[in-house]
Design a protein around this ligand. Structure first.
Ligand SMILES: Cc1cc2nc3c(=O)[nH]c(=O)nc-3n(C[C@H](O)[C@H](O)[C@H](O)COP(=O)(O)OP(=O)(O)OC[C@H]3O[C@@H](n4cnc5c(N)ncnc54)[C@H](O)[C@@H]3O)c2cc1C
Length: 504
C-alpha cells in the first residue's frame, strides 16, 4: 500500500514541531479521544503522526517546515477501515462539536487538509483498493484512500484505465482528487475527475451514509447531488467510495511537437484544434521561459502533443493538430521533446531544492474562456513581474476545452541580500504575487482555480470571485449538511464556528 509522501524534512525531532497557527486549536478532552478509539480503533497520537497530519505540500508552508513548524496540529489521527467506522466517528464528533479534517495523500498545495482548529485528522488512507470493475459497461468502483499507481495497476488487470494522471499521481488519492476537483495531464481526452465520476458514497457530519449518482450513464431523478461533494474539500461530507467511467487500455499512441513564435499564437492554435473536435489527450503549450527551462530550446513556445486510444480516432485528432499548427506557421520540433516531457513530467525535486536555498516559489492554475485568456495572460505575467524581488514569472497552458483552457503560472522570488526578516519578506512577496494573478483573473473574467482548489491559501479570494449571493448560498448548504460546522472548518472561504480563519 502506498503511503503519504512528506514534502520536506523537519530540522528538529517530531516532538519539537510546533503549530504556526498556535492558539486556534479547540480543547479536546483525552477521555473523548479514548472514546473515539472505541469506534475507530486505528488511532495515533504520537508526535510523528500528528506533525505529518498537520501539513501538506503548500509551498509557503515548506519554508515553515524548515523552521520546525507545521500550519496546525490535530489532537489525534484516526484511520478508519470502513464506512461504518467513519460514520460512528463523525457522529461522535458531531455531538461533541469536535472538528474533523479528512486527510489522505496530503499532496494538496493550498493547505486544504490542514486541521486549522485541531481536532481529529481523519486519515482516509486505511480505506484503499478497487472494489470492483464492470468490464462490459466500463465502470469501476474504488475506495477513497487508494493512491494513483495502486488504482491503475488494479484497473489494468481488467484491461482498463481511468485516464487520470495528475503530476502528483504517485502521492495523491482517489478521495483527494474528488475533494479538490482535480485534473490529470491527459485531461483533454479523458476530462477532469468530475467528468469521470458516475456516483459517490458519502458520510455526512451526523454520520448518515448516502449515495449520489450510480452506475448508470445519465439520470433524471432530480438534481445531480454528486457535484455537491466533488470540489467540497471535505467541508460537506467524507467520500467513502467512488464509481468511475473507465476506458480500455489504449492500444495506440501518437506524438508530435511544434514551436510557435508567440504564446498567444500557440493558444489560438489550441483553440482551433478543440473547435474542430480534436481532443488529443495531452496538448500543452509552454511559453519561451518554460520551453527553455524544460527543453533547453531558445526563442520558441513549445506545444507538446500526445494522443492515445483507438488508432482511427487518434489519427484524425492528430491530423487536425497538424493542420492547425501548420496553418499557424508553427515549426515542427524534434519528437525527442515529447519523450523528454514524458520522462520528466512528474519530477518535483526543484521545489524542495529551491525552498532549501530560501527561494519562495509557487504555481497558480486558473481557467478562462479563450476570448479572455490573452488579456489574463498579459496582466498576470505583468503583475507578477511588478512585484519587487520577482525572479521568474512564466506560464504554460495545460488543459484545453472547446470554450477555453487552463493557464498554469509559476512565480519565484528571493529575499534581497541583507533583508532583516527573510520570513516576513517571503510572506509579503508571496501574498503580493498571488494578489496580482487573482486580480488579473477576477477582473479578466476567469475562474481562480482550475484544479488545485481553495484550501487556506485561496480562501480570501472566494468572495471576490463568487460574489456575496453565491457565498451566502454556499454557507447555507454547509449549514444544512453540517450544522455544527465540524467538517474541515475554515476552508473554502466559509465562516467557521471555531473562530477567525487564520492567515500567516
Ligand atoms: C508536485 C505536485 C503536483 C501536483 N499536480 C497536480 C495535478 O497535476 N493535478 C491536480 O489536480 N492536482 C495536483 N496537485 C495537487 C494535489 O495533488 C491534488 O489536489 C490531490 O487531488 C490531493 O489529493 P490527496 O490525496 O493528496 O489529498 P489531501 O491533500 O490529503 O487532501 C486534499 C483535500 O481533500 C480532502 N479529502 C481527502 N480525502 C477526502 C475524502 N475521502 N473525503 C472528503 N474529503 C477528502 C481533504 O480534507 C482536503 O481538503 C499536485 C500537488 C503536488 C505536490
Amino acid at each position: 500500500m502506498t503511503r503519504p509522501t512528506p514534502p520536506i524534512e523537519f530540522p528538529v525531532p517530531f516532538d519539537q514541531v510546533t503549530a504556526r497557527f498556535d492558539g486556534k486549536a479547540v480543547d479536546v478532552p483525552d477521555g473523548f479521544v479514548k472514546d473515539l478509539a472505541g469506534v475507530c480503533p486505528v488511532m495515533a497520537t504520537d508526535a510523528e503522526s500528528l506533525a505529518e497530519s498537520g501539513r501538506d505540500w503548500w509551498p509557503l508552508a515548506l519554508h515553515w517546515a524548515l523552521e520546525g513548524q507545521v500550519p496546525a496540529l490535530p489532537c489525534c489521527t484516526a484511520r478508519p477501515r470502513s464506512t461504518a467506522e467513519v460514520s460512528a466517528l463523525l457522529s461522535a464528533c458531531n455531538q461533541e462539536g469536535v472538528p474533523v479534517t479528512p486527510v489522505a495523500g496530503r499532496s494538496g498545495v493550498c493547505g486544504s487538509s490542514v486541521p486549522l482548529y485541531g481536532g481529529v485528522a481523519l486519515d482516509m488512507c486505511g480505506m484503499e483498493g478497487l472494489v470492483g470493475v464492470d468490464e462490459v459497461s466500463l465502470t469501476g468502483t474504488a475506495l477513497p484512500g487508494t493512491f494513483g499507481p495502486d488504482l491503475e495497476i488494479a484497473l489494468r488487470e481488467h484491461g482498463c484505465t481511468l485516464g487520470h494522471w495528475p503530476q502528483s499521481v504517485a502521492i495523491s488519492t482517489v478521495g483527494g482528487w474528488l475533494a479538490c476537483r482535480g485534473a490529470g495531464q491527459y485531461s483533454t481526452r479523458y476530462g477532469k475527475i468530475e467528468d469521470m465520476t458516475l456516483g459517490l458514497e458519502v458520510v455526512l457530519a451526523d454520520g448518515r451514509v448516502l449515495r449520489t449518482g450510480g452506475r448508470s450513464p445519465r439520470s433524471a431523478t432530480g438534481p445531480g447531488l454528486t457535484d455537491f461533494f466533488i470540489g467540497s474539500e471535505g467541508t460537506l461530507g467524507v467520500i467513502t467510495e467512488a464509481t468511475f467511467q473507465l476506458h480500455p487500455v489504449p492500444p495506440t499512441e501518437r506524438r508530435v511537437a511544434f514551436g510557435f513564435s508567440s504564446f498567444p499564437a500557440g493558444l489560438d492554435a489550441c483553440r482551433r484544434i478543440l473547435r474542430r473536435g480534436g481532443r488529443p489527450a495531452v496538448l500543452r503549450l509552454y511559453d519561451e521561459i518554460e520551453t527553455q527551462r524544460n527543453f533547453s530550446l531558445e526563442g520558441t513556445n513549445a506545444l507538446v502533443v500526445l494522443d492515445e486510444g483507438d488508432p482511427i480516432v487518434i489519427d484524425s485528432a492528430m491530423k487536425i493538430v497538424e493542420d492547425e499548427c501548420a496553418g499557424s506557421g508553427a515549426t515542427l520540433l524534434d519528437l525527442s521533446l515529447v519523450e523528454h516531457w514524458l520522462g520528466h513530467r512528474n519530477d518535483t525535486s526543484a521545489l524542495q531544492a529551491l525552498t532549501r536555498i530560501g527561494i519562495v516559489v509557487d504555481t497558480i492554475e486558473i481557467a478562462a474562456p479563450w476570448g479572455a485568456l490573452p488579456g489574463i495572460y498579459d496582466s498576470a505575467i505583468g503583475g507578477m513581474r511588478a512585484v519587487p524581488g520577482n525572479l521568474n514569472a512564466s506560464v504554460h497552458q495545460s488543459h484545453s476545452y472547446t470554450s477555453g483552457a487552463c493557464l498554469y503560472f509559476t512565480f519565484a522570488g528571493n529575499p534581497p541580500e541583507g533583508t532583516e526578516d527573510p520570513a516576513a519578506w517571503r510572506a509579503n512577496f508571496y501574498e503580493a504575487s498571488w494578489q496580482a494573478v487573482m486580480d488579473a483573473v477576477i477582473t479578466g473574467g476567469g475562474t481562480i482555480s482550475h484544479h488545485h482548489g481553495i484550501g487556506v491559501n485561496r480562501a480570501r479570494f472566494m468572495r471576490p470571485a463568487l460574489g456575496d449571493a453565491t457565498m451566502s448560498l454556499l454557507a447555507d448548504i454547509k449549514h444544512c449538511l453540517d450544522p455544527h460546522g465540524i467538517l474541515n472548518p475554515g476552508k473554502l472561504g466559509l465562516p467557521s464556528p471555531f473562530g477567525e480563519v487564520p492567515w500567516p
